[in-house]
Design a protein around this ligand. Sequence first.
Ligand code: 5GP
Ligand code: ZN
Length: 115
Amino acid sequence: MSDCLFCKITRGEIPSRKIYEDDEVFAFHDINPVAPVHFMLVPKLHLGSLAEAGETHAALLGKMLLLAPVLAKQQGLDNGFRTVINTGKGGGQEVFHLHIHIIGGGNIPPMVRRN
Ligand code: 5GP
Ligand code: ZN
C-alpha cells in the first residue's frame, strides 16, 4: 500500500525509532507512548487489521506473537507487558495497518476499572 503510514515506516520512507526488523516484520517505538516502553510490532505485508487476516497469515501472526515477549525483554520489560491489538473503528483503531502494541514499565493499570 503506497500511502499507508506503517507501510511507509517499514520501507524506511518515514523515519521511526526502529527496534527490530527482519524480512517479514518491523518493530518501532510509538510516537506517542502511553507508558515508559511502548512499541509496535507490524507485519511488512499490508494487512488492514486483524479482521482482514486469514488462514494464509497464521504463521506470520504466530511469529509476531512469539516475537513479542522476546522484544519486550530486550526493551527491559522483565516483569511483563501488555499487548493490545485495536481492530476496526469499533476497536479504536486509528492506523489501518495491523499492529500489536507492546506496552510496559511504570504502573500499568488494570484493563477494566472495577467500582
Ligand atoms: P491504533 O490506535 O491504530 O491501535 O494505534 C496507532 C498508534 O500509532 C498510536 O499509538 C499512535 O501514537 C501511533 N502512531 C501514529 N502515527 C505514528 C507515526 O508517525 N510514528 C510512530 N512511531 N507512531 C505513530
Ligand atoms: Zn500498510
